[in-house]
Write a protein that binds this ligand. Structure first.
Ligand code: ZN
Length: 461
């Protein structure tokens, strides 16, 4: 199906891929490691680079100072139609261990590999290569049609890899400027190698640490074993009680706000043909261990969890020591879905645990964060338009998918600005983000640019 408006933009993208790649290389050479104060100037430089680049294609772009690294904001002048707010981050992870890299992480290169050409270097996939897919799509529109495509704003952060300390205050202080019809977030991947994905739900996270204390010192089990209460035994009983025999979580009220999937979404997830045997087989496992009667994909995308992340008690060194520990502690996390309220669950969990602590023992809790799940309402027409546009670009039709992890920015758009977000990215599972030899397939970059060009075209219709 030929389209006199879109086709020349796609042709332009194909014809100028080399210069687009060179431009990305310039950005990749800036060592914008956000977590290490030694690279603060480099973060600043990356923000300046982006402001200048966005201004060069007609955006009203500015660098905004924060107590940490600067934000970049840009708006298309006189845009009409659906207003989109595109988010990406220009900071990158540290590069150590440096000796495991095959080349200088900040001297990026296009490499030939058996699976095709890849861009190699820190930030290629996470997230400079991804954010530039959007910028290059805008550039192509501007070059071909003389204007940016529709009502487009851009928001780049420089602290994503270091916990985003300035993000929430900045979003609250600039709520009006950041509010649009829908947010676009490009920091995720494809489903498999050729199915574009729009993430429409992400799980929230609640972190708790429980410490049980018994005697005021470690005891000899020959002398005190039997008469003294052992905190490790108390903790083990608590942990064992968190799930019932069907794998359901027993914290009172835990399932309040957990929605069932719509039939439509359940059917589309079935179409993805998730291969749980392969997924578990890759890590030496075979049996889904979540709630009985739930589909394996639901266990990682749409169902809440309770997991023990660490347990510490007594003597764990070499050999053997007949100690009766004074303390036992565990780190426990909950992945949350729907409208589950992390603070209500925290209170119920603490009450349940406290009730199981015998006399002669005490319990202390510490808080390791709480974030709600992000559940997008896909009824905004932008969702269907993006899905159609992506399906036209890729071999397989685009899918609405879940994400078992937590991507805080999506929740912030939802909870601070009351905006739905579409998480669309072109990374692959083998991109080695955060690791040595990070790469981004040249095809991800190229088709990513084309994908955004198509999406912007649909949204501007
Ligand atoms: Zn990222």
């Amino acid at each position: 199906m030929s389209d006199p408006i879109l086709d020349p933009v796609l042709d332009y993208i194909d014809a100028t891929l080399d210069t687009s790649t060179d431009r990305l290389m310039d950005l990749l050479r800036i060592k914008s490691i956000s977590t290490d104060p030694a690279y603060a100037d480099e973060c600043d430089k990356a923000a300046d680079w982006l402001v200048a680049d966005l201004a060069s294609i007609g955006f009203e772009a500015s660098k905004r100072d924060t107590p940490g690294h600067p934000m970049v904001m840009a708006h298309a002048p006189d845009g009409t139609g659906t207003h989109v707010m595109f988010y990406g981050h220009y900071d990158v992870q540290p590069v150590d261990p440096l000796e495991l890299w095959d080349r200088d992480p900040f001297d990026p290169k296009v490499e030939d590999t058996p699976k095709g050409k890849v861009l190699r270097g820190r930030g290629t996939s996470d997230d400079k290569g991804q954010l530039m897919t959007f910028v290059e799509a805008c550039r192509a529109w501007k070059a071909v049609h003389g204007t940016l495509p529709g009502n487009v704003s851009i928001f780049f952060e420089g602290e994503e890899e270091s916990g985003s300390p300035s993000l929430v205050p900045f979003m609250k202080d600039n709520a009006l400027e950041l509010t649009a019809d829908v947010a676009l977030i490009c920091d995720t991947g494809l489903y498999g190698d050729s199915t574009p994905a729009i993430i429409t739900q992400l799980r929230g996270l609640l972190g708790e640490e429980v410490t049980i204390t018994g005697a005021d010192k470690d005891l000899h089990s020959g002398m005190y074993g039997g008469i003294a209460m052992n905190p490790a035994r108390v903790l083990a009983k608590i942990i064992a009680s968190l799930h019932d025999d069907t794998g359901a979580i027993t914290v009172p009220g835990f399932y309040d706000g957990v929605p069932e999937l719509s039939n439509e979404l359940a059917a589309s997830w079935d179409d993805l043909k998730f291969d749980h045997e392969h997924f578990l087989g890759e890590v030496g496992l075979s049996k889904p261990a979540g709630e009985q009667g739930r589909r394996p994909l639901d266990m990682i995308w749409s169902r809440p969890t309770c997991e023990v992340n660490g347990m510490i008690s007594g003597y764990t060194g070499d050999g053997f020591k007949t100690v009766l520990p004074s303390k036992a502690s565990a780190k426990i996390s909950f992945r949350l879905v729907g409208t589950q309220d992390p603070l209500v669950i925290r209170a119920a969990f603490r009450e349940m645990v406290s009730a199981m602590v015998p006399s002669d023992c005490t319990v202390e809790f510490s808080d390791h964060g709480a974030s709600q799940a992000g559940q997008m309402t896909t009824t905004h027409p932008a969702f269907a338009q993006a899905k159609k546009a992506l399906s036209n670009e890729w071999p397989n039709a685009a899918a609405y998918v879940g994400c078992g992890g937590s991507i805080p920015i999506a929740g912030h758009f939802k909870h601070i600005l009351d905006m739905d977000a579409m998480l669309i990215g072109f990374g692959k599972d083998d991109d080695q983000i955060h690791s040595p030899n990070e790469k981004y397939d040249l095809s991800s970059f190229h088709k990513g640019i084309r994908s955004w060009a198509r999406i912007l075209h649909e949204l501007a219709e």
